[in-house]
Design a protein around this ligand. Structure first.
Ligand SMILES: Cc1cc2nc3c(=O)[nH]c(=O)nc-3n(C[C@H](O)[C@H](O)[C@H](O)COP(=O)(O)OP(=O)(O)OC[C@H]3O[C@@H](n4cnc5c(N)ncnc54)[C@H](O)[C@@H]3O)c2cc1C
Length: 326
């Protein structure tokens, strides 16, 4: 049996952006429905220590933080639906979304908070050592590698920025790139090459990560020379995979404006997308900061923008009604 759910606001995604939007919208009396997707709680549920989310003096766990956010959203009146949206119709209001379950969601407004997934190398050893020395976010995890020898993998802006960022914590940072030149902006490259604590290993890719101990932690990586195929070992304690992100926007192609990297375009300083009544927040519209606190911040903005949009719509329809009666 499939069902149709209607709300003044449908929120797609249950990471920090979606759940913060839900808290604000519920407290504004909009009774939002959050469609959680296949990763309820979002990306923070796959990490352990979180030390940079304000409000907690001690280190907290990512899954715990997201559980608290969900409970808070439910406590103030948001409704959670465990479904993954597979098609959307944004051509008229209410917007119509259909889930894998066959259920239909109708919303006077839509908040898109579907996030962006980090690209990984897809090595079996990488999967095993994620969170145990292998990370995809230096800003998030760099602090845990103070004074340790680390590598950063990639050749674009993100990789160079992450390598530069890691010099705040480590005196021994090596950038590993599979080609003999970087794609990053010239200015970033200049900063990288001028930094005394960063070296670059060209034409190398990761063959595998090596772990030791119980519990197992990263101790080295095997590098393959992309020209000769030769293998060498580098002893390290941290590895940051910085080969880009993929915003979860496949669903919206052709329905609203995306930028050349696939992120949802919003009007500067707001969460308004190219379709009136559709708002975007969190990593799906932000390729610069990509942090839980910035996702939560834009989630708040999206709920407030949507609330104002609805208030204007309601005012216009009352006015039209009164004019028709006069
Ligand atoms: C390993 C790791 C560690 C990190 N550590 C930190 C840290 O310490 N501090 C920090 O500030 N940040 C950290 N980050 C970054 C942080 O997790 C993200 O910036 C943040 O989660 C983005 O929030 P979001 O709500 O925009 O998206 P996400 O958290 O990515 O959530 C996206 C949501 O959208 C849902 N979704 C996607 N597609 C659909 C669909 N079609 N239908 C329905 N739902 C859908 C998913 O199920 C998910 O619930 C870390 C990230 C990773 C990967």
């Amino acid at each position: 049996m499939t069902a149709t759910h209607s709300s003044r606001m449908i929120i797609l995604g249950s990471g920090p952006a979606g759940l913060t939007a839900a808290i604000y919208a519920a407290r504004a009396g909009l009774a939002p429905i959050v469609v959680q997707g296949i990763q309820p709680g979002g990306q923070l549920t796959i990490t352990t220590d979180v030390e940079n989310y304000p409000g907690f003096a001690d280190v907290i766990q990512g899954p715990w933080l997201m559980e608290q956010m969900q409970k808070q959203a439910e406590h103030v009146g948001a409704r959670m639906e465990w479904d993954h949206i597979s098609s959307v119709d944004l051509s008229q209001r209410p917007f119509r979304l259909t889930g894998d379950s066959g259920n239909v969601y109708l919303g006077d407004t839509l908040v898109i908070a579907t996030g962006a997934q980090a690209r990984w190398l897809d090595l079996p050893t990488e999967e095993r050592l994620k969170g145990k020395g292998v990370s995809a976010c230096a800003t998030c995890d760099g602090f845990f590698y103070r004074g340790k020898k680390v590598i950063v993998i990639g050749g674009g802006n993100t990789a160079v920025e992450e390598a530069l960022y890691m010099t705040n914590h480590s005196h021994d940072v090596t950038l590993i790139h599979r080609r003999d030149s970087l794609r990053a902006e010239k200015i970033l490259q200049e900063r990288l090459f001028a930094h005394p604590n960063i070296k670059v290993l060209w034409n190398r890719e990761i063959a595998r990560f090596l772990g030791e101990g119980t519990p197992e932690v990263l101790v080295a990586a095997e590098l393959r020379d992309t020209t000769s195929g030769a293998i060498e070992r580098i002893d390290i304690e941290g590895a940051f995979v910085a080969i880009g992100h993929v915003p979860a926007t496949e669903l919206f192609k052709g329905h609203l404006e995306l930028d050349s990297d696939g992120y949802v375009k919003v009007q500067t300083g707001t969460t308004h997308t190219s379709v009136p009544g559709v708002f975007a927040c969190g990593d799906v519209m932000d390729k610069t900061y990509r942090q839980a606190v910035t996702a939560a911040g834009t989630g708040c903005m999206a709920a407030l923008d949507a609330e104002r949009f609805l208030a204007e719509m309601d005012f216009e329809s009352v006015e039209t009604h009164l004019l028709q009666e006069a």
